[in-house]
Design a protein around this ligand. Structure first.
Ligand SMILES: [Zn+2]
Length: 558
């Protein structure tokens, strides 16, 4: 069946919210919201294979490590796995004093009772009850009118109040979700919440959490923000409620909706790490948190070892994190294209010259190091990459900073290999082709074994060295104005290799006792061709001799 030429016969635009004096568009988010992870509940119930006890415990530990202070741990009335896991957290004292665990229950007497029992003995906890309130659910799913649906909420609130009284040693908090809030009449959602508040009597000191789900995301995120602002403005006793957001990602804007919802006055965000959850998932807490961070706001969540977070999440969910998922994906800091690589390379160089810490690197909105990522993966080389890419990789991997003109020379070798292999080149590939191209560590050809340098009476330098070639060592010598020119004349006299040095440069490769130096020579051969040589040694003079021998090998071997 083809897509409809006129989709308006099947789909209708979502109506706008009548709030012309909306204020949220000019608000900014300047502090972290309260966060609730629902990985172990909403996330878990959406998995192909829901987590068992081992995975749930591992995920719980990860959430604590990341710094979550409110964690929805499950649906205790759903079955033994859930109930036993939650009891285990309580009985084994696994919930720190400053962490609130939360359980979800439908608005039914037996289920609410079981939910409280799963938490008996804990210092404090949140019981979260929900019922769907929007017209489609009222009419299609339940066959109920508004007052009947409000009655369910009121009944649930009484059960919360009465069950809490059975366990007075626990400090209880309550969360109520008018589920399907995003598609419900706003005034009816408020009516249900108000009815629940009238029973539970929240105060500013002990507020109720009102969670407003975009159970199904069905409009642009500004509409959700309008709904939140409208709700906050019109809810009686607003100061006794914590407004919580629970966005799904059906239109791909779950994160945007949560952010605009915060601007519209909400206090709390529910979601999952990397946005796991029903259908297209929940709001991604990593993304919202790091979005705050890159605006200079402390998210109060710690993603400084993002790879460990991903590893655990992928293990527990048995679902991969997309390689391009914001902040966490394997490829999000990686540039393949030459122009991007070049800009990033320049950005890093400039960054090193700054007197402050302010981050300003083209194409990288965040310093990968803040997430525990190294710079090595930032620039990766394939057939689309230019000179900047492999030069960066060589610098990061081997500490070599090739002169500009040598980069151009070497790029032909890299390009050939990339085309030949038809895949991304890793650092090892580039190092291999570099060693081959410049005869580094190559015992088959002219190789320096040892040398001495002396000054003659006339002021010239004398090079006296042992050079191996094809397994044989020859003692050779030559004379020149300096070390390099004495090596050049040695090569001409003893091996018939004629070259002249046009340019020479050197640099230290690393600090400390292992420090080595790299030397580069640009030479001209007898036919005027340009030849490059490179030498690496702990001794800078030795490195320069090796560089000349490297050029000589290139000339001899063509
Ligand atoms: Zn949900």
């Amino acid at each position: 069946m083809p897509m409809l030429k006129d989709p308006s016969v099947k789909y209708r635009p979502f109506p706008q919210i009548n709030i012309p004096d909306r204020t949220w568009p000019s608000k900014i988010i300047d502090k972290a919201p309260r966060w609730l992870s629902t990985d172990l509940r909403d996330g878990n119930q959406s998995l192909i294979d829901p987590m068992g006890a081992e995975k749930k415990n591992r995920f719980f530990d990860l959430l604590l490590k990341v710094g979550l202070k409110e964690i929805e741990v499950g649906f205790p009335s759903a079955g033994a796995t859930e109930y036993d896991f939650i009891r285990g957290l309580v009985d084994n004292g696994r919930v720190p004093d400053d962490v609130l665990i939360q359980v979800l229950t439908q608005a039914r007497e037996d289920l609410i009772k079981t939910s409280f029992e799963s938490l008996a003995g804990i210092h404090s906890a949140i019981v979260h009850v929900y019922n769907a309130v929007s017209p489609l659910w009222r009419e299609v799913v339940f066959g109920m009118d508004q007052s009947q649906v409000r009655g369910i909420a009121e009944h649930a609130a009484k059960l919360l109040r009465d069950n809490a009284a059975r366990f007075p040693q626990t400090k209880w908090q309550f969360e109520y979700s008018p589920e399907t809030f995003s598609t419900a009449e706003l005034d009816f959602s408020i009516e249900c919440c108000e009815a629940v508040m009238n029973i539970l009597q929240p105060t500013p000191e002990n507020p109720i959490i009102l969670n407003l789900p975009a159970t199904v995301e069905c409009a642009t995120p500004n509409v959700y923000a309008d709904q939140i602002e409208y709700f906050c403005r019109n809810l009686p006793n607003r100061e006794s409620a914590v407004i919580s957001l629970h966005t799904h990602n059906d239109r791909g804007t779950g994160v945007a909706a949560a952010e605009l919802g915060l601007m519209a006055g909400a206090d709390r965000v529910e979601g999952c790490l990397f946005g796991n959850g029903e259908r297209t998932g929940n709001c991604c807490l990593v993304t919202v948190g790091m979005n705050l961070y890159t605006q200079g706001v402390d998210p109060q969540l710690d993603f400084s070892d993002i790879d460990e977070v991903i590893q655990t999440v992928e293990y527990c969910n048995q679902l991969p994190v997309h390689p391009r998922h914001p902040y966490g994906g394997e490829l999000v800091f990686t540039a393949f294209s030459g122009s991007h690589q070049d800009a990033i390379k320049k950005g890093f160089a400039k960054q090193g010259e700054r007197n402050d810490q302010l981050w300003a690197v083209p194409y990288l909105p965040i310093d990968p190091a803040d997430l525990g990522r190294s710079y090595e993966a930032v620039i990766r080389v394939n057939s689309q990459s230019g000179k900047g890419g492999f030069a960066w990789v060589l610098e990061q991997d081997q500490g070599l900073k090739l002169p500009k003109r040598m980069q151009a020379h070497f790029s032909r070798h890299v390009q050939e290999l990339a085309d030949e292999l038809g895949r991304e080149l890793v650092a090892g590939d580039i190092w291999d082709v570099f060693q081959r191209a410049y005869h580094v560590n190559d015992p088959q050809h002219l190789q320096l074994i040892d040398f001495e340098e002396a000054r003659a009476n006339d002021g010239t330098r004398v090079f006296a060295g042992k050079i191996g070639v094809g397994g044989q060592v020859q003692s050779v010598s030559g004379r020149g104005n300096g070390l390099i020119s004495s090596v050049v004349s040695t090569l001409a006299e003893s091996f018939g290799v004629v070259l002249s040095v046009k340019d020479y440069s050197e640099h230290a490769m690393a600090a400390g006792s292992e420090a080595r130096a790299a030397a580069y020579v640009e030479c001209t051969g007898p036919d005027g061709q340009t030849i490059w040589g490179v030498g690496i040694d702990t001794d800078i003079a030795t490195a320069s001799v090796r560089a000349v021998l490297s050029a000589a090998n290139a000339l001899r071997l063509g």
